[in-house]
Ligand binder design. Structure first.
Ligand code: NAD
Ligand code: TYD
Length: 353
C-alpha cells in the first residue's frame, strides 16, 4: 500500500538526520508541502539545507515543541496530514549532565505533538500518520551474542534512552487509547555528512584534521551498529509510504564495529586522504575515563524491514565512511562555522534581515 500526503510536518529538520529526510522529501515529492519545524538548538543548523531552502515545496517554521500552545496553533494554521517526528535532544553525554532537558524535549515535546495531532485528526483518522523516529538505545545493551528485534523488551540505561523509550511508549499508548495512527522506527547509530562534531565519527574526523587527541572511552571495546544517514532517510521515506500502521520497524545495516576497530579504520583512511604517514593519526588515540552507564553492545535485526518492505542499505560501511570523510574535508567551512558558532548567524541573515 502506498500512501500520499499533502502537508508533511518534519520536526527537527535542521538537525543531522532531519536535514537528510527533508532534502529527500522535498526533492522526491514536488507535490507535497514539507514543513521543517525546528527551534534551532545548538544541534540545529539551517546551513544543512542551503541547497533546497528556495524550493517552493519547502517551508521553515521556527518553533519549540515544548510550547504546547504554539504547536497547537501551527496545527490549526497548516493542517498537517503527516508528522515525521525527529526533534530531540540526541547526545548521550549531554543527557548525563542535564537529564531534565531530555525529558522536556523528548517526552513533553512529543506529548504536545501527539495532543495537537489527536485534536485536529480525531474526526477522521484515515490518511493521517504520526511517524515517530526512535533509536535502538531503548532496548538497553546486548551481551556478546544476539540482536535487537522489534519484540526485545525495552531496558534503557541512559537518561537519553530513557526519554526516548518514554516517548515511544506514549506514541503507542495514543494509538491504543485514542486510535491515533502511528508508526515507530528504531534505528542504530547513524553516520554521514552534517553530523554535529560531538558524536564519535565527526568529532574524530575533526580532531584528526586538527591533530588533536582522540578520546576513546574505557577500553574502546564497545560495539555499535552503523548505518549511513542517507540510508536511514531512504528507509524513513519507505516506511512513511508503505509501512503498516501500529507497527514498529527496526532499522540497521547489519554492520557491527567495535569502537577501536572503527577508529583504527578511520585513522588509516584519514592518513591516506590527508597524505600523512600511515600510522600518524592512530598516534592521537588517547584512552580516557569511561562514560557512566555505557552500553556494551548494540546490534539491530533489520530483517522485518527487508522482508516486508524490501529495504536494503545502498552503501557498504567502507564506502559510506569514505564518502563521509570526503564530505567533511570538502566542507571545511561548514565544520568551521559549527565549531566557531557562526552557523547561528545563518538563521538571522536568511530569515530575519
Ligand atoms: P540532532 O541532535 O542532530 O538534531 C535534533 C534537531 O532537533 C536539531 O535540529 C534541534 O534544533 C531540534 N530540536 C531539539 N529540541 C527541539 C525543540 N524543543 N523544538 C524543536 N526542535 C528541537 O539529532 P539527530 O542525530 O539528527 O537525531 C534525530 C532523531 O533521530 C532523534 O529523535 C534521535 O533520537 C533519533 N535517532 C538518532 C540516531 C543517531 O545516530 N543520530 C539514531 C537513531 C535515532
Ligand atoms: P556516540 O557517537 O556518542 O553515539 P552513542 O553513544 O549514541 O552510541 O558514541 C558512539 C560510541 O563511541 C560509544 O560507544 C561511545 C564512544 N565514544 C568515545 O569512545 N569517545 C567519544 O569522544 C565519543 C563522543 C564517543
Amino acid at each position: 500500500m502506498t500512501r500520499n500526503f499533502k502537508r508533511i510536518l518534519v520536526t527537527g529538520g535542521a538537525g543531522f538526520i532531519g536535514s537528510h529526510v527533508v532534502r529527500l522529501l522535498v526533492k522526491n515529492y514536488p507535490d507535497y508541502n514539507i514543513y521543517n519545524l525546528d527551534n534551532l538548538t545548538y544541534a540545529g543548523n539551517l546551513e544543512n539545507l542551503k541547497d533546497i531552502e528556495n524550493e517552493i515545496n519547502y517551508n521553515f517554521l521556527k518553533a519549540d515543541i515544548t510550547n504546547a500552545e504554539l504547536i497547537d496553533g501551527l496545527f490549526d494554521d497548516y493542517q498537517f496530514d503527516a508528522i515525521i517526528h525527529l526533534a530531540a535532544e540526541s547526545h548521550v553525554d549531554r543527557s548525563i549532565s542535564d537529564p531534565l532537558s531530555f525529558v522536556k524535549t523528548n517526552v513533553i515535546g512529543t506529548m504536545n505533538l501527539l495532543n495537537s495531532a489527536k485534536r485536529i485528526w480525531q474526526d477522521d483518522y484515515s490518511d493521517k500518520l504520526f511517524y515517530h523516529i526512535s533509536t535502538d538505545e531503548v532496548y538497553g545493551t546486548l551481551g556478546e551474542k544476539g540482536l535487537f528485534t522489534e519484540n526485545t523488551a525495552y531496558d534503557p540505561n541512559s537518561p537519553y534512552s530513557a526519554s526516548k523509550a518514554s516517548s515511544d511508549h506514549f506514541v503507542r499508548a495514543y494509538g491504543e487509547t485514542y486510535g491515533l495512527p502511528y508508526i515507530i522506527s528504531n534505528c542504530s547509530n547513524n553516520y554521514g555528512p552534517n553530523q554535529f562534531p560531538e558524536k564519535l565519527i565527526p568529532l574524530f574526523i575533526h580532531n584528526i584534521v586538527e591533530k588533536k587527541d582522540l578520546p576513546v572511552y574505557g577500553d574502546g571495546k564497545y560495539t555499535r551498529d552503523w548505518l549511513y544517514v542517507i540510508d536511514h532517510a531512504r528507509s524513513i521515506d519507505l516506511i512513511l509510504h508503505e509501512g503498516s500502521k501500529k507497527e514498529t520497524y527496526n532499522i540497521g545495516g547489519f554492520n557491527e564495529w567495535q569502537n577501536i576497530d572503527l577508529i583504527e579504520l578511520l585513522c588509516k583512511l584519514m592518513d591516506e586522504k590527508l597524505n600523512r604517514e600511515i600510522g600518524s593519526s592512530a598516534k592521537l588515540i588517547n584512552y580516557v575515563k569511561d562514560r557512566p552507564g555505557h552500553d556494551k553492545r548494540y546490534a539491530i535485526d533489520a530483517s522485518k524491514l527487508s522482508r516486508t518492505l524490501g529495504w536494503k542499505p545502498s552503501v557498504t560501511f567502507e564506502e559510506g565512511l569514505s564518502k563521509t570523510i570526503d564530505w567533511y574535508l570538502h566542507n571545511k567551512k561548514w565544520l568551521d562555522h559549527v565549531v566557531s558558532g557562526d552557523y547561528k548567524e545563518y538563521y538571522k541573515k536568511q530569515y530575519l534581515e
